[in-house]
Design a protein around this ligand. Structure first.
Ligand code: NAD
Ligand code: WQD
Length: 338
């Protein structure tokens, strides 16, 4: 079976993708520097899968470490998750973001080239669409960055297009994730942000479990049905299956691709709050606050290209996303380290 390198392997999305890949019969080699994740993820992966994770602790920018990793493991393709991802922080620390997100990608690609590996799946983001001109968003929509984090995704996509243009042997898949939420149904792994959560769902689960007093709803005066922001939330296990489908595609046929991974449905902040209250049986205190700088009113995908090219489609609904997020948070009120 093909062997897949996962960078950022103990992070939120990669850890779920690890399980999906193993279930699909792939071997996985994971690498992470734990800059934004816990080594305990590895124990949980072992418990769920019944297999010993093949893992190395390394910074993907470390050329010698990547060289040595490719020498010691058979690798047929890479899925590159490793990156910093906090939009607000990226405006404060642009150098760190450019160095890690672009430097890491370049170094992994260089190690791949040296070892004759040419299939690369990249974690891109709906952030590349900025403030969308029309909805739902298709892949050929105008691309723009409104912060350094988004800029790193645009530049990374461009680097991968340039690689493919220079050498048709390179096959790349840019997967533009919408808003990943939810957790593995075991409740053993899930999203565990450090400090105050930036994103809606982990904030909601931390309010429900008593770690935070109330949710701040950032704006109720958007031109949306209830005035709050609308997003395309996608279950992380559906997202994980999207990676399996993209890898199968790259391994089976020539060419590169760029696809949205979303459900195609938008939900408002208040709809998420209501769905979560149903799923958890808990009331969710919230207060309406001013808009958050940089937020757009609405953002949801046209996911039809991923269905046409990969045969992939999201299966889990919002209630299931909330149930699984809640199970994870309830069983791990302090996250992995508690
Ligand atoms: P995450 O922070 O949980 O996972 C990223 C992992 O990469 C972490 O475990 C971190 O320790 C590791 N890492 C970072 N820099 C590294 C380096 N130099 N060397 C080795 N490991 C390193 O984030 P996530 O939510 O799982 O996101 C994964 C990818 O998906 C990122 O590229 C992110 O930009 C992208 N993405 C995330 C979202 C989202 O909302 N979560 C949306 C769109 C795109
Ligand atoms: C969702 C909605 C907020 C928190 C971000 C990045 C994007 C991508 C995914 C990486 C919005 C509202 C949020 C809170 C709230 N990441 N909200 N109170 O902003 O769509 O996307 O994560 O690529 O690049 O920008 O996600 O979860 O932060 O917000 O009211 O405490 O919830 O205003 O309408 P967003 P989010």
């Amino acid at each position: 079976m093909p062997s897949i390198l996962l960078t950022g392997a103990t992070g939120y999305i990669a850890s779920h993708t690890w399980l999906a890949l193993q279930s699909a019969g792939f071997d996985v080699v994971g690498v992470d520097d734990f800059s934004n994740s816990s080594p305990r993820v590895l124990e949980r992966l072992r418990t769920i899968s019944g297999r010993e994770p093949v893992f190395e602790r390394a910074d993907v920018r470390d050329a010698a470490a990547m060289q040595s990793l490719f020498q010691r493991h058979r690798i047929d393709a890479a899925v590159h998750f490793a990156a910093f991802k906090a939009v607000g922080e990226s405006t404060q620390k642009p150098l760190e973001y450019y160095t890690n997100n672009i430097g890491g990608l370049l170094n992994v690609c260089q190690a791949m080239r040296r070892h004759g590996v040419s299939r690369f799946v990249f974690s891109s983001s709906a952030t590349v669409y900025g403030d969308p001109e029309s909805l739902p968003i298709r892949e050929d929509a105008r691309l723009t960055a409104t912060n350094p984090y988004g800029q790193t995704k645009l530049i990374s996509e461009q680097i991968l297009r340039d690689l493919g243009a220079a050498d048709a042997g390179w096959q790349t898949a840019c997967l533009r994730y919408f808003n990943p939420v939810g957790a593995h149904e075991s409740g053993l792994i899930g999203e565990d942000p450090r400090g105050i959560p930036n994103n809606l769902m982990p904030y909601v689960t931390q309010v429900a479990v008593g770690r935070r007093e109330f949710l701040q709803v950032f704006g109720d005066d958007y031109p949306t049905p209830d005035g709050t922001g609308v997003r395309d939330y996608i279950h992380v296990m559906d997202l994980a299956e999207g990676h399996v489908a993209a890898l199968r595609h790259l391994l089976d046929q020539p060419g590169s691709l760029t696809v949205n991974l979303g459900t195609g449905r938008g939900y408002s902040v208040l709809e998420v709050v209501a769905a979560f209250a149903r799923a958890s049986g808990r009331d969710l205190p919230y207060r309406v606050m001013p808009r958050r700088a940089g937020d757009v009113a609405a953002c949801y995908a046209d996911p039809s290209r991923a269905h046409e090219l990969l045969g992939w489609r999201a299966r889990h609904d919002l209630d299931r996303m909330c149930t699984d997020s809640w199970r994870w948070q309830q069983h791990n009120p302090g996250g992995f380290e508690a």
